[in-house]
Ligand binder design. Structure first.
Ligand SMILES: Nc1nc2c(ncn2[C@@H]2O[C@H](COP(=O)(O)OP(=O)(O)OP(=O)(O)O)[C@@H](O)[C@H]2O)c(=O)[nH]1
Length: 744
């Protein structure tokens, strides 16, 4: 059988829609992306999409008349960013641990490196790569033929006449209409003709823009603009500066209860920066200690969730990972995860074998177990540093810190205090009195009070800076954590920041980034959800359904994955991005968000963080207890036959017998449960004389002075309903929960 449209498109690195449009031009219309192409069409299409190939085949020596579209990416430079001169990689160094630090040499200070820049270009410009800009035209590939020349001239003229639409980031229906001098309605009608319902403000994806433009006789050119607005993408030019040593930034990871927090506390308590004694330790998310006249910066949030979240947002702040393993417990699931995260981040690992004071401590077993992960101790011929410690008894801490200094020396972490500051957000919150408060890690340059700063999608002027021991400071240099106020909104952990000399510029760039952020939020909400899966399949938008499976046991995860892979609907492929055992975690949600996947939980539930993260990231989670239902649901969604999945269940009735007004708190109802039970997380309806006067959630549920999870029939309790103070004696509170129904 011949190739299908989408297969051909994939091979050519173009979209199915482009192939379909081209086929129409060739008078060979096809129904959709599943259509099978005959050999002749494949040949003709190949010629259209690869004119260069045929040129060389025809042994034409003269250069091509029309060049493939070039994006501005490589050339465009911010006004005052220097030409990107690569930092020379310091000479190869011994590794601190097995196999992770191959690129360590490159890390000497340049964390906004080139690689991400490349990736971003690929991501944005990818669709258009390898596709000639004038793909819609050349059937005759000979650039020297009269026709070609005439066409090239006409095209050049057309572009001058404005027949080429240029855009950089996104276009809405009305933007596109304006660019083509058309009414938005014409675009909307055209979209309807293509089976897509759109509103005037709806943003269009690249494919749709191209399709519409072609329909109206326009060419499109997406310009990948990298300017100061995308400061994360601009390689830092250090060539003007003398690089100096900077403290290493260390993250502590490991399994639950293996002693991460105890270790962080122990390091902090024993090594408060010399000369600063008397300061009051402040939790700002990171702290510095001084050892042998050298500083080390520790990120104060143990565990890899924070580490991964930061990395997922593009912040590469950690230089060294300490993996804590309890000597009496050995390698556990989260130890493995931590190792994977550290390896993925390509940072050196130091193993702290903790709880050496305990009776069952068996450091050799830990070493043995870790060899499986490529972490082989030096005394066994490997390159990983192992340090036996007791975080509880403050033993081995000095040795551990010395090892960190040793690795730092080897890796030569460098930066300059001279440039305007840039770095990453460690944590941020809204403080009632102080407004947005953010802990920043200055990675390069010096941050000063009064600096105009853009942080993530917000901006401001640095009003006050407080360090990790609660002292107000005026300026800080590389690798220093500092809490600042003065931003006009709360940024997110992992956001990057940069200081601009010009306040107006900071404001303009901050505002532009905020607009983009809003736009991306809008697009985020268009993520895959089972409810609209079918219509998107029909529109040809979804060809792969990405799925993450979490199950209670390995066997179920495999069974479910196997069955899902077998579902065969309309050429849509199910892609199992990840399968694993255990509760749905924040990490799963981050992965799902990045991969545009839905999560299927089988006999497992999301943990608290995962649930809120999923809401925030618009990641869909489907929870099941019967494999067949999970499979059936996905299959039904793919066929467009999804039923509602939640029903309400009334769990109890409560009578209000007394009310107390408490200043600052509101009205507390003294109640009696007359039927069933009421639980803390229940939804409630306030019923007065048979009429529902309010529906909402519980704020508190108490028996005497204690918060309780649940109160049963025949018991008294105190209830405060969230955002509702008009509760009255004799009101009836109906408690309900939303219950998942299993599909038949
Ligand atoms: N005997 C002994 N107990 C320790 C040592 N280090 C930590 N512990 C104890 O182990 C328990 C867990 O320590 P934490 O520091 O809370 O462990 P964690 O890894 O931060 O745990 P999570 O935050 O829950 O992931 C606590 O009861 C500590 O007192 C040690 O060196 N020796």
């Amino acid at each position: 059988m011949g190739k299908r449209v989408y297969e051909f498109a994939k091979e050519q690195n173009v979209t199915s829609k482009q192939v379909i449009t081209q086929l129409e031009k060739m008078n060979k219309p096809v129904k959709n992306h599943m259509a099978v192409l005959d050999e002749e069409s494949v040949k003709q299409l190949d010629r259209v999409f690869n004119p260069e190939k045929y040129r060389s085949a025809d042994k034409q020596e003269k250069p091509a008349a029309t060049k493939p579209a070039e994006t501005k990416s490589a050339e465009s430079k911010p006004a005052d960013a220097k030409p990107a001169a690569k930092q020379e990689a310091p000479k190869a160094r011994p590794q601190a641990s097995g196999g992770q630090s191959n690129q360590a040499g490159n890390r000497g200070g340049n964390r906004f490196g080139n690689n991400r820049n490349d990736n971003r270009n690929k991501k944005r410009g990818g669709k258009f790569k390898g596709k000639p800009a004038k793909a819609a035209v050349p059937l005759e590939a000979d650039p020297n033929s009269k026709t070609s020349q005439r066409k090239a001239a006409r095209l050049a003229q057309e572009s001058e006449m404005g027949n080429v639409i240029k855009y950089d980031d996104v276009l809405s229906v009305s933007d596109l209409a304006a660019k083509m001098d058309k009414k938005p309605n014409e675009i909307i009608m055209k979209l309807m003709g293509l089976g897509v319902m759109a509103t005037i403000n709806q943003t269009l994806d690249d494919e749709t823009i191209e399709l519409l433009a072609t329909e109206f006789g326009y060419e499109v050119e997406k310009e990948v603009l990298i300017d100061e607005t995308d400061f994360e993408e601009v390689e830092i030019d250090f060539s003007e500066y003398e690089l100096v040593e900077r403290p290493a930034v260390v993250t502590i990871m490991g399994h639950v209860d293996h002693g991460k927090t105890t270790l962080l506390d122990s390091i902090r308590n024993t090594k408060v920066v010399a000369g600063e004694a008397g300061g009051i330790t402040q939790h700002i998310g990171a702290y510095q200690v001084e050892v042998n006249d050298k500083k080390i910066t520790f990120l104060d949030t143990p565990g890899h969730a924070a580490f991964t979240t930061m990395r997922a947002r593009g912040a590469e702040v950690t230089d060294i990972a300490i993996i804590v393993v309890a000597a009496d417990d050995g390698v556990m699931p989260q130890t493995e995860e931590a190792i994977s995260h550290a390896k993925a981040a390509n940072v050196p690992i130091i193993v702290a074998v903790n709880k050496m004071d305990k009776e069952g401590a068996n450091p050799d077993r830990v070493k043995q177990e870790l060899t499986e992960f490529g972490l082989v101790p030096e005394e066994w011929g490997g390159e990983t540093i192992f340090v036996p410690i007791s975080a509880l008894k403050d033993e081995g801490i000095d040795e551990l810190l010395e090892m960190i200094l040793l690795v730092s020396e080897v890796e030569e972490y460098k930066s300059t205090p001279e440039m305007p500051a840039r770095g990453s957000v460690i944590e941020a919150k809204l403080d009632k009195g102080r407004g947005p408060v953010a802990t920043l890690l200055v990675q390069h340059g010096t941050l000063r009070i009064g600096d105009s700063i853009v942080v993530g999608s917000t901006f401001g002027r640095v009003r006050a800076m407080v360090n990790d021991i609660g002292r107000r400071v005026k300026e800080v240099g590389p690798s220093t954590p500092i809490e600042i106020t003065g931003l006009n909104d709360v940024p997110q952990a992992g956001d990057q920041f940069i200081v601009f000399e010009d306040e107006k510029k900071a404001r303009a760039i901050g505002e532009k980034r905020y607009q983009r952020y809003l736009e991306s939020q809008r697009r985020e909400s268009a993520k895959v959800s089972l409810d609209d899966l079918f219509s998107r399949i029909q529109e040809g938008e979804v060809k792969d359904l990405n799925v993450i499976i979490k199950a209670d046991v390995q066997g179920s995860a495999e069974a479910l994955a196997g069955s899902l892979r077998k579902i065969d609907v309309a050429g849509v492929k199910i892609n199992i991005v990840h399968q694993g055992v255990g509760a749905i975690t924040e990490g799963d949600v981050i992965l799902a968000s990045a991969a545009n996947a839905i999560i299927i939980g089988f006999n497992v539930r999301p943990d608290g963080n995962a649930r809120s993260m999923a809401e925030q990231e618009h990641v869909e989670m489907r929870l099941h207890r019967i494999i067949y239902n999970a499979i059936d649901e996905i299959e039904s969604a793919m066929k467009g036959m999804l039923d509602p999945e939640f029903v309400e269940e009334i769990t109890g009735q409560v009578e209000v017998r007394d009310v107390f007004k408490v200043s600052k708190v509101g009205t507390i109802a003294g109640c009696y449960v007359t039927e069933g039970k009421i639980s803390r997380d229940a939804g409630v309806r306030i019923i007065r004389n048979g009429i529902v006067v309010y529906e909402g959630k519980l704020d508190t549920l108490r028996r005497f002075k204690d918060d309780v999870k649940e109160v049963a029939t025949g018991y008294e309790c105190g209830i405060k309903v969230e955002k509702f103070d008009d509760i009255k004696v004799e009101d009836v509170i109906e408690a309900f929960i939303m219950k998942e129904v299993e599909r038949k």
